[in-house]
Design a protein around this ligand. Structure first.
Ligand code: PLP
Length: 377
């Protein structure tokens, strides 16, 4: 028997009160019982996203909702800007390219946030840009882009803003309506404490009007159909009934705690994580770090895959390494959803053990002291 703990930026732990809901008998989806559950989930998502826009639920992982956003909003040859400072920003560019859009990829150094002045210049140089596609928390670098300002700049150019908030939702501040974000994409397996399998898309009126003109192919992910069914708390096809039932309960719990409170809580946990890493003589990759995940740079002589392997195989603790160009250079520790201060304390205790094993020098317990000071001090 082995104890297992997930501290990865998705999937993240599913608490027992939600596993109980997931274990319940399946109910039929064309019933009032299910429509009531879906109504709760729809409302709960609006509260979590701070929006009055409808939020449709798709039975697909997060990338499904990203693809749905692209295939429903645009037409062949439409000009869009994809802010690409990591794996997930790149994904926007890849999806848009696969639908033959005219993609302007705004390359951002990995670990940095998009420079809003540069974005403005790109808008000034390129007329007729329909949208900017960006990411709340770029999970591969644990960096948060300035969505509020990006949206302002897009609005001036009469373009819409599409935000992948899959990992940031619930921890990193996002005021959909106040900032005027047209499309927000979310997923179930990060801050929402659920298994993978659901994704969400919020749709503004302006986005709806773009959808009317879109000529890209779509069938399963036709958001016009989904929005139409959404009005009567229904779905075009069989939804993932079990996860939707758990989603309604998860959202109720998150919204009862309060989204602002959660932003503050995770900001503090993120700050504590950064302080703990620094106490071990390590540095933080991101210049605009996320409240959902922290990316910690390792010294050149230590490969992060070694640390990840020791933690997983010896102690049953899953943290993430780096992706693509950051492979073996960073570890990523998630603080999202159900993850709390105690989890971080035990995570750093084992992280210290693994660092010692590979020969890194530091004062034992120093990360734990800093964690406690920041969290409880
Ligand atoms: C996890 C993640 C995704 C991908 O979601 P899947 O559920 O794996 O399809 C997309 N964007 C961001 C920012 C993520 O963290």
């Amino acid at each position: 028997m082995k104890h297992k703990k997930l501290m990865t930026p998705g999937p993240s732990p599913v608490p027992s009160f939600l596993r109980e809901v997931l274990a319940k008998e399946i109910i039929h989806h064309r019933t009032d019982e299910f429509r009531n559950i879906l109504a709760d989930a729809h409302q709960g998502l609006q509260s979590l996203l701070c929006t009055k826009n409808p939020v449709v639920i798709l039975s697909a992982s997060g990338t499904g909702a990203m693809e749905a956003a692209v295939s429903n909003l645009f037409s062949k040859g439409d000009k869009i800007i994809a802010i690409s400072g990591g794996k997930f920003g790149q994904r926007w560019a890849e999806i848009a390219n696969s639908f033959s859009l005219d993609v302007i990829e705004m390359k951002v150094e990995w670990g940095a946030a998009a420079d809003c002045k540069k974005l403005e210049e790109i808008f000034n140089k390129n007329k007729g840009v329909k949208a900017v596609l960006t990411t709340l928390c770029e999970t591969s670098t644990a960096t948060v882009h300035d969505i509020e300002n990006i949206t302002k700049i897009a609005k001036k150019a009469n373009a819409i803003t599409v935000v992948d908030a899959i990992s940031g939702l619930g921890q990193d501040k996002l005021l959909t309506d106040q900032w005027g974000v047209d499309i927000v994409v979310g997923g179930s397996q990060k801050g929402l404490m659920l298994p993978p399998g659901l994704s969400f898309v919020s749709v503004s009126d302006k986005a709806k009007s773009l959808m009317k003109e879109s000529d890209l192919p779509k069938y399963y992910f036709d958001l016009k159909k989904a929005l139409n069914k959404h009005k009567s708390n229904d779905t075009p096809y069989t939804p993932a009934v079990t996860i939707v039932a758990a989603l309604a309960v998860a959202l109720d719990a998150l919204n009862k705690e309060g989204i602002e409170k959660r932003w503050e809580k995770f900001e503090k946990l993120a700050k504590a994580t950064r302080a703990a890493a620094k106490a071990l003589g390590l540095s933080i990759l991101s210049s605009r770090p996320s409240a959902s995940t922290t990316a910690i740079k390792l010294p050149d002589n230590i490969k992060s895959s070694q640390i990840v392997k020791i933690l997983r195989e010896k102690y049953g603790l899953a943290i993430a390494g780096g992706q693509a160009q950051l492979k073996d250079k960073i570890v990523r520790i998630a603080h999202m959803g159900w993850i709390n201060a105690q989890d971080l304390i035990s995570c750093f205790s084992l992280f210290e053990v693994a660092l010692k094993e590979v020969g890194h020098q530091f004062k034992s317990g120093s990360s734990l002291v800093r964690l406690e000071e920041v969290i409880y001090g």
